[in-house]
Design a protein around this ligand. Structure first.
Ligand code: AMP
Length: 213
């Protein structure tokens, strides 16, 4: 099974995507995580990507398309879940061409949506484990011990692009560049629109239902 999860920043693609991928044995291909690892390792792509990410802008298509193709082709699991890719129509077209080339296809496309006030609240309180990448939220899912990951004990940090000024720019980029994907995908087989404004467990249950339909 191959899936696409898309939607605005802060809607929960990462949290829900990770859970779904581990339950179904899929490769969780989270573009933001892949890019942050490249920045941390100072690879050529990471060096190119950093300035765009810090400013809350999209990294150039050629960079992300090449990175995701490598992961899709190298996958050894029973499918993949794309989270944060594609993020504009040009990337979606490049993905179609890439899948054709490798004889692959997408089974489900889930658009996760929530009102902007929810997104802002979720993004502003978000904290990530530096060691294992697990996500917490100051208010909605705080760690047992402040500043410390429940899973591995690693240090929690706030992403540079989760600062309020960068967040509002990311939402603007979303509205201008990513929201048009809705028209690109809404009539395709396997498309599902999911209200992701509720509690995490309820959203996950609805997501699973959409996927196994
Ligand atoms: P995320 O972790 O999904 O919120 O992504 C963090 C940042 O990585 C974004 O604000 C972009 O700068 C960059 N990024 C992630 N996915 C993409 C993509 N598909 N295309 C271009 N830039 C991306």
């Amino acid at each position: 099974m191959n899936l696409i999860l898309f939607g605005p920043p802060g809607v929960g693609k990462g949290t829900q995507g990770e859970k779904l991928a581990s339950e179904y044995g899929l490769s969780h291909l989270a573009m933001g995580d892949i890019l942050r690892a490249a920045v941390r390792d100072e690879t050529e792509a990471g060096v190119q990507a950093k300035q765009f990410m810090d400013a809350g802008q999209l990294v150039p298509d050629a960079v992300v398309v090449a990175m995701i193709e490598e992961r899709i082709v190298g996958g050894d699991k029973s499918g993949f879940l794309l989270d944060g890719f594609p993020r504009n129509v040009a990337q979606a077209e490049a993905l179609d061409a890439m899948l054709d080339k490798h004889g692959l296809s997408i089974d489900r496309i889930v658009f996760m949506d929530a009102p902007e006030e929810n997104l802002l609240k979720r993004l502003c309180g978000r904290m990530i484990c530096r060691a294992c990448g697990f996500g917490f939220h100051r208010q909605y899912s705080p760690p047992l011990k402040s500043g410390c990951c429940d899973r591995c004990g690693g240090e929690l940090y706030q992403r540079d692009d989760d600062r309020e000024d960068v967040i509002s720019h990311r939402l603007e980029v979303y509205r201008e560049q990513t929201a048009p994907l809705l028209d690109f995908y809404r009539h395709q087989d396997g498309f599902f629109r999911l209200d992701a404004s509720g509690e995490m467990d309820a959203v996950y249950a609805a997501l699973k239902e959409a996927v196994i339909r």
